[in-house]
Design a protein around this ligand. Structure first.
Ligand code: NDP
Length: 500
């Protein structure tokens, strides 16, 4: 008996990884699976290429990265179609994803020198006879492991910044989206044909594990919290530093003075774009009592208009077939424990699709509220006031993004969310702002991509002091005398001894 192939499930045949469309089962691409020895060889080649790349300097790298950005922009329709075929994402969503990624390539290329380049830093009165110099030097080769849900945006969030910082990159795309990953690498090779500065390795999770152990200078991981733990454990063996962008269960808070139409629109987008398969997707809403009913009505009306299907619809298929059971379990559990489905419900799961589902009054300890669902589903719960909303929003161990709708208190409430990011009167927007760092707290991971922090993540701080004059008060020398030490005591008291 031959096994039935579920569309979208990657298979390995004759040493090749084959990815297929979750909507139609059509083959999207096939790539040789890397062995552990292959991964090491690729990393070794990357190390040599990285030296050449670092030698190009900031200006040389900026030029190449801008050319890559240009190629990606000019071929945006082709890339969007590939993202659509391989992952099932609607073409419009793929375009938005690629546009966001282009902005990050552009910003990283333009700002790497300013943020990472050599500079003088001020010395203080103590050690005034020395000058201070700081620069951020590349790690050599950075390993990037990416998920399937944003197969362009997430790897580029690490890769473009790592490249701009002067590193070579070895990228392991998700087994669900290898064709998109390879396409990005191939376009880079067109503008940097001299050396393999950006390379891909393909396969299942074990190839990612091999990359962790391959001797890369740093490992940037984006994916689930469960895998993040394994990645960190593997990297611990060699003390390879890690950047972990993991899962989330982001909350939105709707205050009494919110613009409810705008809140409902942004909520439906934030929860259901990409069929809800978004790490920073809104999965829980806490609306204050005064506006709860009106808000639920508006959200339900908007979500019920969304279309679902393979082509031209608002929501495409669920990319990873195994996720369908999780989505069904969360909806069923929420309803079984007293939640009410005002839209959709357990029957909304119709493989490979899930229709929009809005659950209200869902117990806070149910899976639908506590675990990452990754589907076009939403729980909306009533709260007394924003204090209760913040307390409930912060009750989980995840802490990636979040959103607040309101006027007077919205920014103050956003600051109180235990998360790495928040949008006020919009959802998900921080992901597209290249000047802002992106990353989580708690089980959502640590480290930052994007912005200045995102560039520094891919450079080692290198500090240099340089003597510019003789030391008047010798301290760090065996030549100092007891009188010098007595003077040092006086200096300590004079400079630091005042106050409490
Ligand atoms: P996974 O954790 O399943 O996989 C992520 C990547 O890790 C894949 O390339 C996977 O390879 C690889 N991998 C699997 N096992 C190992 C291992 N033992 N060692 C090293 N690498 C391994 O996540 P998904 O691909 O399912 O992505 C969805 C998750 O990603 C969600 O939880 C989502 O919230 C999160 N995410 C977080 C983002 C953020 O910025 N914080 C952004 C986007 C998504 P393979 O696919 O071959 O198994």
């Amino acid at each position: 008996m031959t096994a039935v192939h579920v569309p979208g499930t990657p298979t390995i045949s004759a040493g090749h990884l084959i990815s297929t469309s979750p909507a139609t089962g059509a083959e999207a691409g096939r790539f040789p699976v890397a062995t552990e020895a292959d991964v090491r060889a690729v990393v070794d080649r990357g190390r040599a290429a990285g030296e050449w790349w670092a030698g190009l300097g900031f200006a040389g790298r900026q030029d190449r990265l801008q050319r890559w950005r240009g190629v990606l922009a000019r071929r945006i329709e082709e890339l969007a179609e590939l993202v659509h075929v391989e992952g099932g994402k609607p073409v419009g969503d793929a375009v938005v994803e690629i546009l966001t990624a282009l902005e990050h390539v552009d910003w990283a290329a333009r700002n790497a020198r300013r943020v990472l380049g050599p500079r003088r830093v001020r010395s203080r009165l103590i050690l005034a006879e020395f000058t201070g110099h700081l620069e951020y030097q590349p790690y050599g080769v950075v390993g990037v492991i990416g998920p399937w849900n944003y197969p362009v945006f997430t790897p580029i969030g690490s890769t473009a910044y790592a490249l701009a910082a002067g590193n070579a990159v070895v990228f392991k795309p998700s087994e669900y989206t290898p064709a998109v990953g390879q396409w990005l690498v191939d376009r880079f090779a067109e503008v940097v044909p001299e050396h393999p500065v950006l390379q891909a390795v393909h396969g299942l999770g074990d190839v990612g594990a091999a990359l962790c152990r391959s001797g890369v200078g740093k490992l940037a991981f984006t994916g689930s919290t469960a895998t993040a733990r394994k990645v960190m454990a593997a990297c611990a063996e060699t003390l390879t530093p890690v950047l972990l962008e993991a899962g989330g269960k982001d909350a939105m808070i709707v205050d009494a003075d919110a613009d409810l139409d705008a809140a409902a629109e942004a909520c439906v987008w934030g929860a259901m774009t990409n069929a809800g398969q978004t790490c920073i997707g809104i999965e829980r809403v806490y609306a204050v009592d005064q506006v709860f009913d009106a808000f639920v009505e508006k959200v339900t009306a908007k979500a019920s208009r969304l279309t679902v299907g393979p082509e031209g619809a608002d929501l495409g298929p669920i990319t990873m077939p195994s996720q369908l059971d999780i989505i069904r379990r969360h909806i069923s559990d929420g309803v079984a424990r007293g939640g009410r489905a005002v839209l959709g419900g357990p029957d909304a799961v119709q493989p490979p699709y899930v229709h929009p589902t809005v659950l209200v009054d869902v117990p806070e300890d149910s899976a639908a509220v506590r675990e990452e669902t990754f589907g076009p589903t939403l729980t909306v719960n009533r709260v007394r006031d924003v204090d209760e909303a913040v307390q409930r929003a912060n009750a989980l161990s995840y802490g990636l993004g979040g959103s607040v709708f309101g006027r007077k208190r919205a920014v103050a409430v956003a600051r109180r969310l235990r998360s790495g990011m928040a949008s006020v009167n919009s959802t998900l927007t921080f992901a597209g702002m290249s000047t802002l760092p992106f990353g989580g707290v708690g089980e959502s991971g640590f480290g930052r991509i994007h912005g200045e922090d995102g560039l520094r993540e891919f450079g080692r701080a290198k500090s240099i002091t340089k003597r510019r004059a003789r030391s008047l008060l010798p301290a760090m020398t065996f030549e100092r005398t007891p009188a010098d030490v007595a003077r040092l005591v006086k200096v300590a008291k004079l400079m630091y001894g005042r106050g409490r």
